[in-house]
Design a protein around this ligand. Structure first.
Ligand SMILES: [Zn+2]
Length: 173
């Protein structure tokens, strides 16, 4: 397994849209394993293919509230239903490191996807899992969580992010 390089904003490749995979075969499984390795290496909750510059429609979720230790590999994830009820929570992203902000997401979703063994699955997720999956599925559409913020909140966040970046590069000198 390989730890892949994660793209950070403002890399334009984060705005690419993912392409559906035909079948979850050994090659895709190898990539899924690399996504898992990369996500765990960075202590992330989830990771999407687009974040490592790969256009194939795949996400990895390093979390399962109902069975700890279990994780999800999803190819071609498609949200088929979203609850009207919304939840508000703090989010961060491995592609926008070191900053966080509160955003609204649907409290529950239903989703179809192909699993690690190329089986078609339909699942219903609530609360945190629902949020994590919406965040990763957004990446496959070239959407970042900061896009859900108001213009003002996004401006403040970007200012903070630039400051952190500048401090980091100063430390490297
Ligand atoms: Zn993210």
């Amino acid at each position: 397994m390989t730890v892949l390089k994660i793209l950070n904003i403002p890399n334009p490749r984060l705005r690419n849209k993912a392409i559906l995979v035909k079948k979850v075969d050994d090659e895709i499984r190898k990539f899924m394993d690399d996504l898992k390795e990369t996500c765990k290496f960075h202590d992330g909750v989830g990771l999407a293919s687009i974040q490592v510059g790969d256009p194939r429609s795949i996400i990895f979720i390093n979390f399962d509230e109902e069975s700890p230790g279990h994780c999800y590999y999803m190819a071609n994830p498609r949200i088929t239903w979203k609850s009207d009820k919304m939840i508000e929570s703090k989010e961060g992203c491995l592609s926008v490191p070191d900053v966080f902000n509160t955003i609204m997401r649907h409290a529950e979703i239903k989703i179809d996807y192909l699993d690690y063994n190329n089986e078609m699955r339909s699942a219903h997720f609530k609360e945190n899992m629902s949020r994590y999956i919406q965040h990763e599925v957004d990446h496959l559409e070239g959407i970042l969580y900061i896009d859900h913020l108001s213009l003002l909140k996004r401006k403040i966040l970007m200012k903070k992010y630039s400051k952190i970046l500048a401090e980091k590069s100063f430390e490297l000198e």
